[in-house]
Design a protein around this ligand. Sequence first.
Ligand SMILES: NC(=O)c1ccc[n+]([C@@H]2O[C@H](COP(=O)([O-])OP(=O)(O)OC[C@H]3O[C@@H](n4cnc5c(N)ncnc54)[C@H](OP(=O)(O)O)[C@@H]3O)[C@@H](O)[C@H]2O)c1
Length: 264
Amino acid sequence: MKIAIIGAGNLGLSIAKGLIVNNAFTTLYLTKRKIEELQEYEEYSKVTVTKDNREAIQNSDILVFAVQPMQMERILEEIKDQLTEKHVLISTVTGFKIAAMEAIVGRDQFIVRSMPNTAIAVGKSMTCLCSNEKGEKRIAIAEAIFNRLGTSIIIPENKMQAATVICASGVAFWMRLIRATTQGAVQLGFDAKDAQQLAMQTCLGASSLLIESGKHPEEEIDKVTTPRGCTIEGLNEMEHNGLSSSLIKGIQASFKKINTITTD
Ligand SMILES: NC(=O)c1ccc[n+]([C@@H]2O[C@H](COP(=O)([O-])OP(=O)(O)OC[C@H]3O[C@@H](n4cnc5c(N)ncnc54)[C@H](OP(=O)(O)O)[C@@H]3O)[C@@H](O)[C@H]2O)c1
């Protein structure tokens, strides 16, 4: 695959690193205006660093756009006359709809929209993908890229806002739960470092149990809740205080807010 990452910032470089580690490209172009920040990437063979988006696009088939939303329109205008049948456009740009891309580059391009989360930096992103009608034929390319950097699923574009709440804001929700568990562990006598390790690894283990077994959470909960035992005592106390309810309400509030910022 001949890939160009237009906008090699935080997200663009995470994608680039995933591609480099997996040796998953024939050639890779990385673009940004301040290319001095990308010096270390010039040392890789088959990687070209440039300020020139048009050069990158001319020499690539897969175009990953990872710029800020306010930059996207201008960049698409700048490169649109260079697009051909071979190009697949993959946008990571939050809130920039497929219709807005089509309005600039035309409906006859392969367009895929993606919503990764910050865990992409450690190869564990939950990425949601959608495409225009033409892009359905090439969405497997985006799946191949993002599956090297975590897991991906294809969803309809009208669920992208909801996916942003669950997966992108979701990172913050889970971080807060880990922090709260850490605070509890400190109160039970662990020092802060050990407390955080216990919280993080238990969270990872719980998640891995579900991913690997495919089971419902309640099945795993049943295994650790002895009748009259300490786990059910704690769990019920948390629920009396609104654990599940507050999480669901928080997710709903976040979704309500995102819909006032952009519409999908
Ligand atoms: N970070 C995440 O995990 C994440 C998750 C989901 C979605 N997103 C979305 O992904 C996009 C990128 O996010 P980010 O956090 O990676 O932002 P970022 O670090 O600001 O990266 C954007 C990059 O675009 C470059 N750029 C600006 N104008 C350009 C131009 N004309 N040509 C080429 N490159 C240009 C900037 O570098 P110069 O100033 O040097 O040009 C910068 O390095 C955003 O739309 C964001 O909403 C990010």
